[in-house]
Design a protein. Structure first.
Length: 317
């Protein structure tokens, strides 16, 4: 197979693929020339770092392309769904990125529950003169232990989130029709093991019972959470979106916080990304990060190993 590594490829990965019979082309092709280059040079597999080079119109023209590999840490789930719908296989390092995403979920959960997003803004400005005032303002935080986490969608990151939640003493509910039950043994990096048995619940039940919600859908779906769900919630404290833009209706989310239906939200993927709405950025109850949920030194070190394994299986087949 002929592989175009448009954003480069590690030498060891290149050597391994060439030993399996692949032809590697390392050329930086501009966006407007990519379709013509792939067609003219009979490229079978395209490797790109992110979705920036691609759009749906281009995918429509790449009928003969067999595989697209995303080698970066930022994933466009909507585009991946469209690529697969058009019969092109997608490879990305979902397992390698899953733990980083799960840890970011809990970074936002801890921040929101203990007012850290507000405290970090106000302590540099007022900490010297208003220490006691700030102390009183932020002294009614919430503990995660004993609370219920609802996981909407159970992709690989969702399973890592469930693992960490259980380790913190939380109850876990999840909604994912593709996985009616999860019966497995979680093995932690420190070799501690514990068995888990979870069953799928419908979305309304998860929303009604959960104190916190985190989205981890395997597929793109616009507005998985909106005011309809916030109105149904009985004890909801916070919601987290480290999944993809438009997973949550942010107008409804801002209203829910302003109306005190919600205590806080943690947002890493924004509806109007890369230019988030001002009312989202300025909401003091929101813990915010700029699409870095999967971006860690550790995840980057793992990405190419997972991609290589998947490509070698593909070449072998």
């Amino acid at each position: 197979m002929k592989i175009l590594a448009n954003d480069g490829i590690p030498e060891e990965v290149k050597n391994s693929l060439e030993k399996k019979g692949a032809e590697i082309v390392e050329v930086k092709v501009a966006h407007e020339q990519l379709v013509n280059y792939i067609t003219k040079n009979a490229i079978d597999i395209l490797i790109v770092k992110s979705d920036a080079l691609l759009n749906k119109l281009m995918i429509d023209e790449l009928k003969k392309l067999k595989v697209i590999v995303f080698s970066g840490t930022s994933i466009n789930l909507e585009l991946i769904d469209y690529i697969q719908f058009n019969g092109i296989k997608v490879i990305w390092a979902e397992e390698s990125l899953s733990n980083a995403t799960a840890e970011m979920v809990f970074a936002h959960l801890f921040s929101g529950c203990r007012f850290l997003q507000e405290s970090n803004r106000n302590m540099p400005l007022e900490g010297d003169l208003s220490f006691k005032v700030l102390q009183n303002s932020y002294s009614n935080g919430i503990e995660l232990s004993g609370k219920t986490l609802g996981v909407i969608g159970m992709n690989k990151a969702g399973k890592k989130v469930a693992q960490k939640a259980l380790g913190l003493g939380m109850k876990v509910l999840y909604c994912d029709n593709s996985e009616p039950q999860i019966k497995t043994e979680f093995i932690l990096p420190n070799e501690i093991r514990f068995k888990v048995a979870l069953k799928h619940s419908d979305l309304d039940e998860v929303v009604e019972q959960a104190h916190f919600l985190s989205i981890h859908s395997k597929y793109y779906e616009r507005y998985l959470l909106n005011n309809k769900h916030f109105d149904k919630a009985k004890q909801l404290i916070g919601v987290i979106n480290c999944a993809y833009p438009e997973a949550i209706n942010e107008v409804d989310l801002v209203d829910a916080v302003n109306d005190e239906q919600l205590f806080f939200a943690g947002i890493d993927r924004f509806e109007e990304e890369p230019h988030p709405a001002i009312q989202v950025l300025m909401q003091p109850a929101f813990s915010l990060s700029p699409n870095i949920n999967a971006a860690t030194d550790e995840s980057r070190n793992l990405i190419w190993g997972e991609i290589l394994n998947n490509l070698e299986l593909l070449l072998k087949a």
